[in-house]
Ligand binder design. Structure first.
Ligand SMILES: *Cc1c(COP(=O)(O)O)cnc(C)c1O
Length: 431
């Protein structure tokens, strides 16, 4: 830790919230230099859906390296790439009756979002993009303009332009339908909002506080897009790749986005790997127009192919996620009801859940205490007021229960402290 503090830029963030030096990782656990085990419900912010160093996936990667398989190939055709494309098409796209071309972008999520925004503007000839309150789409300038968080926006150094924000589902509470509000702006040619090239949306806002859009809201958004000939981009970087219980997060909502952005857990192994799925008729790129040295990471092709074959060739993995989801949801609800106040809310789907503490201070104390008890929980939301639960999708029931027990114990320890009791009591009375 000393060298990190001494040499690494102040921009570092996670190592501040979890200030130990980690050395090893296996499945749902991280190990520090003193061999202490930490249960990892941060999961690389959604990049470790299949656990750390997943044994079978790791074996394929090692075998590939051992055989002198190509590691870096720009965007040359390689066997590993062909194998991945064939597998992705037959196991993911075809069974879901989805017809997309695949664009390999630079390895970060933000670069794939850049590509989506560029292409939407290029195809429609319009410059405006509509994004939603509390949305997070990455921190290079294009996606940052579509990101709500003022802390991230503050780093831009230039005006962030060509994006209009509209209220996400539930922004004004559950009674108003924010799509009606958006529709009014589009219908009124004097509303001051330019017709956008695209909407960009997360079906569940991961960084924004685990805000879950209703299927009916997504469906209305999709219909609005069709009516006004606006493209729909789903940013499935965090909640795709199985996080919500299906490969794509939008599978239950009867929508077909024009573009889908995938990254984080796509490689299955925590390797940098992003891609953009686009409807074939949108594919008007000139060769090399969106370029990059690391487009298509061959090691990630290998690990991703194995991941798809191992977890996505049958329904079994999905039904297991949904069983574990019920446990996580009902236990979090029970714990919050028993120990905390009535205005706190448990939100989520699949294996991504948030406990909205309504208080950044309380959320920080809970996450800090959980970390002392060796459970890693991230915080999210506009003021970091939400404690986020994201166990690996491969974690078994016992591991999820172990995490829940540590969380409950951490609350019990905290509420034994009189100040916290007062805070919880005050919040309960206000309610
Ligand atoms: C993480 C994330 C991004 C950005 O990905 P990077 O790899 O950090 O650039 C974009 N959108 C969503 C929804 C994310 O969770």
């Amino acid at each position: 830790m000393q060298n990190i503090k001494k040499f690494e830029s102040r921009v570092r963030s996670y190592s501040r919230a979890f200030p130990v030096t980690f050395k090893l990782a296996k499945d749902a656990y991280l190990y520090d230099e003193q061999d202490n085990a930490y249960l990892d419900f941060l999961c690389g912010a959604g990049s470790i859906n299949y656990g750390h160093n997943n044994e079978e996936i790791k074996k394929k990667v090692i075998d590939y390296l051992d055989s002198d398989g190509i590691v870096h190939g720009l965007d040359l055709a390689t066997t590993a790439k062909e194998e991945f494309l064939k597998t992705f098409s037959s196991l993911i796209l075809e069974p879901r009756e989805l017809n997309y071309k695949v664009q390999f972008t630079g390895p970060t999520g933000t670069n794939a979002v850049e590509a989506a925004l560029k292409l939407a503007r290029k195809v429609t000839g319009r410059t405006n993009i509509i994004s939603f309150t509390n949305g997070f789409h990455g921190v290079s300038l294009g996606p940052l303009a579509a990101t709500g968080n003022s802390g991230h926006r503050g780093g831009s150094g230039v005006p962030l332009t060509n994006v209009t924000f509209m209220p996400y589902d539930g922004y004004f509470g559950n009674k108003s339908n924010t799509i009606d509000y958006v529709r009014r702006f589009l219908e009124d040619t004097s509303s001051g909002v330019d017709l956008p090239a695209a909407f960009i949306v997360e079906t569940i806002q991961g960084e924004g506080g685990i805000n879950v859009a209703k299927d009916s809201w997504l469906k209305s958004l999709y219909e609005l897009c069709k009516e006004f000939e606006i493209l729909l981009i789903v940013d499935d970087i965090q909640v795709g790749c199985g996080r919500t219980g299906s490969f794509f997060s939008f599978e239950q909502s009867e929508i077909t986005p024009d573009m889908v952005v995938l990254s984080k857990s796509l490689s299955g192994f925590g390797l940098p790997f992003s891609m953009l799925l686009l409807k074939p008729e949108l594919d008007i790129w000139k060769p090399g127009e969106h370029n990059g040295t690391f487009r298509g990471n061959n090691l990630a092709f290998v690990s991703a192919t194995e991941t798809l074959k191992k977890y996505w060739s049958t329904q079994k993995f999905e039904s297991e996620i949904n069983k574990k989801s019920q446990l996580l949801k009902s236990e979090l609800e029970r714990i919050v009801k028993k120990h905390l106040s009535a205005d706190m809310e448990v939100r989520g789907k699949g294996l991504i859940f948030g406990v909205d503490c309504r208080s950044p201070d309380l959320a920080k104390q809970l996450a800090d205490r959980a970390f002392e008890n060796r459970l890693i929980l991230e915080r999210c939301g506009s003021e970091d007021q939400v404690v986020k639960f994201m166990p690996p999708l491969t974690a078994d029931i016992e591991t999820i229960e172990a995490g829940l027990r540590i969380f409950e114990k951490s609350i019990e320890q905290l509420t034994a402290n009189s100040e916290i009791q007062l805070e919880v009591k005050k919040r309960t009375e206000q309610n």
